[in-house]
Each structure stands twice: as structure tokens, then as C-alpha cells.
Design a protein around this ligand. Structure first.
Ligand code: KG4
Ligand code: ZN
Length: 336
């Protein structure tokens, strides 16, 4: 079965073709980062309009790259949520239009399920069950994944997501959007131990997270540094960035390891945009190696939002008998 998948939940338009037998056939992506940069964050209306401009050319590109025609498709898939309402509607409407035109089933996919299963797109594939650490701009969750469609939430953030913590502290330090990569780059020149920052809830005994206190601590510290004669030096900014990154990585790694201990599992999957963070990757690789376990990441270019993870999650749902393939003609909804 060949599935064409659409992702448009936020600031990336992604389209991909996946075969249930042969895996990923082709994918194409347009990132709106440059467009939103001057506003310091995603502007929802601009995002929706840009998805409209990009989605059909991207779909044509994917079909061309995969050597497919419209007639070769057996199903379509789309991100049904969570995300920006107007943005979600673009991918969902286009997918449904394709489906209605050819009488194909249209498979709605939860955005986080896409991220969660994306490490299975590359070798070595983790076997079920595993623990998933889902760290994106909107979510921070630890999950026990027993199989496709079998997800148990073990803990999640009570306030900001890990990506949000990166983005907001980056903004405080005068860095651009998206903050994660920018803060991480600045942190390379910094000393993570110079400023003591909190590791919220690291020892709370449960698997929940909280990052808003860290943001406040960085705000307080940067204000006092700015008030010094000469203002905040470049070195102080880099040190604060390094301290912030170290605090976020400490909490994420500490809780992920606690989840492995609690469940007796030894396989960890990391997904979502923050999974691109090099410090987090290194830390978890070392920790899992020390335990005789293994950590799995999606390929770097598939860490952030993309169409491949949506088409792929749909393919796995089809294989698991969890997709409704009864056809089209029913109304569709998105879940912002
Ligand atoms: O999964 P994603 O592309 O979109 C959502 O579904 O939210 O994640 C985006 C988030 C942003 O907060 C961004 O700052 C963060 O991932 N991010 C990073 C890195 N690359 C992206 N955070 C830390 N280090 C990175 N290298
Ligand atoms: Zn995402």
C-alpha cells in the first residue's frame, strides 16, 4: 500500500510517500523559519497562508521523486492535531481533497504519534516495548510504548515544554527564533557551571517536568547581569546559555532514566525537535551505554516536524490493523 502523508501543524509544510512494504519512498519539506524570524515566533495566519502556497508543489515533488503518479496512491494521511487550527486545516483539506477525488481512505494521525514512531524510520529499529521521551516545542512527555497504538503516559510537563524553555530563554538572551539551535550554538562558548540554575522537579519522585522556574531564574539572573556596569558581557551570555542548556539536559536525562528504572526497560527512544540537541544526545548515549541499554533517535533531519513521520505512522497503523480504511465521504475534523 502506498500512502501520501501531509504535515502542516505549525511552521513546516511536509509531504511524504511511504510504502507499507518498502518504507519511506520520498519526502519533501518547506520550513517557514526564515519567514517567522523577524517576528520572533510563529505568526499563525502567515503560517496557514504559507502552507497553502507550498503544499501542492511539495506533493508534486514527492510524487516525482518517488516515481509515482496520483493513480498509484492507496491512501492519504494527515496531521489531525495538535497544532495551529488554520495550519492543520490546510494539510487536512488537501489530503481529504486527494482522497475524495480518488475514493481513497484518509487516515488522521496524531502529531505526537508521528514523532513517537519516527525513530523506527531508520536502522537499527527499536523493538517494542520502549520508553519514549517526546520533547518538542509544545510537549514534553515520557511514554511507555508497548506497540503501535499502545501508549501509556508516564509523566509530562506541568507548565512549559522543553522546547519552549529553550525558545523562551533564548529570547531573554536576545537570540533569534527558533531558540533551541541558537541557544545551543551560543552555549558552545560558555561555561555551564558559572551560574547556578535550578533543575526543577529533578528529584520530585515522579516522572513529571516543570520548566517555568528555570525560565524565571534565567530572567532574574540576566536582569542582574544587565544592571552591572557595562551590562551583560558576551561571555556572561554564553555562560548563561550553557547553564540553561545543561539544566534542561540534566532534567530530561534524569527523568528519562528514572522512567527506565521504574519500568525495568532498557530501550529509550527520543523524538521531537529537542531531540536534535547534541548535548542531550551525548548524555543519553553515555547513560544508556552504562546501563547496557540503547538510545534511538530519528535521523537528524526528521527530528523536527516533517511529512515522513505522518505517512510512516499511518503505514504502521495500517499494518497493525488500526486504520479505518473503509473509504472516504465522511466529514473530517482537526484537533488544535
Ligand atoms: O518537534 P518540533 O519541530 O515542533 C513541535 O512539534 O513543537 O520542535 C520544535 C522545538 C523548538 O522549540 C526548537 O527550539 C527545538 O525544538 N529545537 C531544539 C534544537 N533544535 C530544535 N532545542 C534544542 N536544541 C536543538 N538543537
Ligand atoms: Zn512536532
Amino acid at each position: 500500500m502506498i500512502i501520501l502523508g501531509f504535515e502542516s501543524s505549525c511552521d513546516e509544510t511536509g509531504v511524504a510517500a511511504v510504502s507499507t512494504q518498502r518504507g519511506l519512498l520520498a519526502h519533501a519539506l518547506h520550513s517557514q523559519i526564515a519567514m517567522h524570524q523577524e517576528y520572533g515566533g510563529v505568526v499563525p495566519e502567515l503560517a496557514s497562508r504559507d502552507h497553502i502556497r507550498r503544499v501542492l508543489p511539495l506533493a508534486a515533488e514527492v510524487l516525482r521523486k518517488a516515481g509515482l503518479s496520483f493513480a498509484d496512491l492507496d491512501a492519504v494521511a494527515y496531521t489531525a492535531g495538535p497544532g495551529l487550527a488554520g495550519a492543520l486545516l490546510v494539510g487536512a483539506s488537501v489530503a481529504q481533497a486527494f482522497a475524495w477525488a480518488r475514493g481513497l481512505p484518509a487516515i488522521p494521525i496524531h502529531h505526537l504519534e508521528g514523532h513517537l514512531l519516527s525513530p523506527l524510520l531508520s536502522e537499527p529499529r527499536p523493538e517494542f516495548p520502549f520508553i519514549a521521551l517526546l520533547v518538542s516545542g509544545g510537549h514534553t512527555q515520557l511514554m511507555r510504548v508497548g506497540g503501535v497504538g499502545d501508549y501509556e503516559l508516564l509523566g509530562e510537563t506541568l507548565d512549559d515544554a522543553a522546547g519552549e524553555a529553550f525558545d523562551k530563554t533564548a529570547k531573554l538572551l536576545g537570540l533569534g527564533y527558533p531558540g533551541g539551535p541558537a541557544l545551543s550554538r551560543l552555549a558552545e562558548q560558555g561555561d555551564p557551571a558559572r551560574y547556578k540554575l535550578p533543575r526543577p522537579m529533578l528529584h520530585s519522585g515522579d516522572l513529571d517536568f516543570s520548566f517555568s522556574g528555570l525560565k524565571t531564574a534565567v530572567l532574574t539572573r540576566s536582569k542582574s547581569l544587565q544592571a552591572e556596569p557595562g551590562g551583560m558581557s558576551e561571555q556572561a551570555r554564553a555562560d548563561l546559555a550553557a547553564g540553561t542548556e545543561a539544566a534542561i539536559v540534566d532534567v530530561l536525562a534524569g527523568k528519562a532514566l528514572a522512567a527506565l528504572k521504574q519500568t525495568g526497560l532498557n530501550r529509550l527512544v527520543v523524538a521531537g525537535g529537542v531531540g536534535a540537541n547534541r548535548h542531550l544526545r551525548r548524555r543519553l548515549e553515555q547513560a544508556l551505554q552504562a546501563r547496557g541499554g540503547r538510545v534511538y533517535f530519528p535521523p537528524l533531519e526528521l527530528c523536527t516536524d516533517n511529512g515522513a513521520m505522518i505517512a510512516f505512522a499511518a503505514a504502521l497503523r495500517v499494518q497493525a490493523g488500526l486504520a479505518d480504511l473503509s473509504g472516504t465521504g465522511h466529514a473530517f475534523t482537526v484537533h488544535p
